[in-house]
Design a binder for this molecule. Structure first.
Ligand SMILES: [Zn+2]
Length: 202
C-alpha cells in the first residue's frame, strides 16, 4: 500500500515548497588558525558567483588584520566584504543577495545564531567560517550553536608546528590572557592534540 493511500494526506498538496527555500542551507567552515578557512570560504563564494548567484560577504569590524573592506586569506586571496559591528546590521543588508557569507564569525556575539537562522528562513544560503576553538581549546563563542544548526560542516586541519601531524588547536605563543587577541604566526601556532597537551603541561 502506498503511503498516500495509507494515510489520508496528500503530502505534495499539504505543503507548497518553493525551490529557493529547498536550496537554502547553512554551512559552517571551521578549524584552527592557518587551516585555510578563509581560503575555503572564498572558493565557495566564487563557486556560487560563477553559478550566477548574488553573494554578500560580511566580517566583524574588529578584524582589520589585512584590509578594511575585504576578506583576505593568509595567502592573499581576497573578496570584497562589509564590516559590521553587530549581527543585527546584517539584517538590514542581506536582502538582495542569494548567498550570505560571514568570515571570522566566532567574533560575533550569540545573536549571530538567530540572524543566520532568519536569513536561511528567507530562502538564502548562509556560509560562515570561523575558529571552532579558542587558544585554550574551549568552544569559541557562537560556534557550537552555529554548528548545531548547520546543514553542513566542513572541518579543516592545519599542520602541527612540532610534529607535522594534523593540527586542531591554535596555541598562543604570546602571553596575553584575553580570549580575543588578534594575531598571526607571531602569536599563534597550530598544534595537534598531543603536542598541545605536552606544551600545556610544561
Ligand atoms: Zn604535533
Amino acid at each position: 500500500m502506498k503511503i498516500s493511500q495509507k494515510y489520508d494526506v496528500n503530502i505534495s498538496n499539504a505543503f507548497s515548497f518553493s525551490s529557493r527555500v529547498t536550496n537554502a542551507k547553512i554551512k559552517v567552515i571551521c578549524g584552527p588558525m592557518f587551516s585555510g578557512k578563509t581560503k575555503t570560504l572564498i572558493k565557495t563564494i566564487d563557486t556560487f558567483k560563477s553559478a550566477g548567484k548574488k553573494v554578500i560577504v560580511f566580517k566583524p569590524k574588529l578584524d582589520n588584520r589585512y584590509a578594511e573592506e575585504e576578506v583576505v586569506s593568509h595567502d592573499s586571496d581576497a573578496t570584497p566584504a562589509v564590516n559590521v559591528s553587530r549581527p543585527v546590521e546584517i539584517m538590514d543588508l542581506f536582502h538582495q543577495a542569494d548567498v550570505v557569507a560571514i568570515d571570522e564569525v566566532q567574533f560575533f556575539d550569540d545573536s549571530i545564531v538567530s540572524v543566520c537562522g532568519m536569513i536561511a528562513d528567507q530562502g538564502k544560503t548562509v556560509l560562515v567560517a570561523g575558529l571552532d576553538m579558542d587558544y585554550r581549546g574551549n568552544p569559541f563563542g557562537p560556534m557550537p550553536a552555529l554548528m548545531t544548526m548547520a546543514d553542513e560542516i566542513e572541518k579543516l586541519n592545519s599542520v602541527c608546528t612540532f610534529c607535522s601531524g594534523k593540527a586542531r588547536f591554535s596555541h598562543r605563543v604570546s602571553s596575553e590572557g584575553e580570549v580575543v587577541v588578534l594575531g598571526e604566526k607571531d602569536k599563534y601556532v597550530p598544534l595537534c592534540r598531543s603536542c598541545y597537551n605536552e606544551l600545556k603541561q610544561e
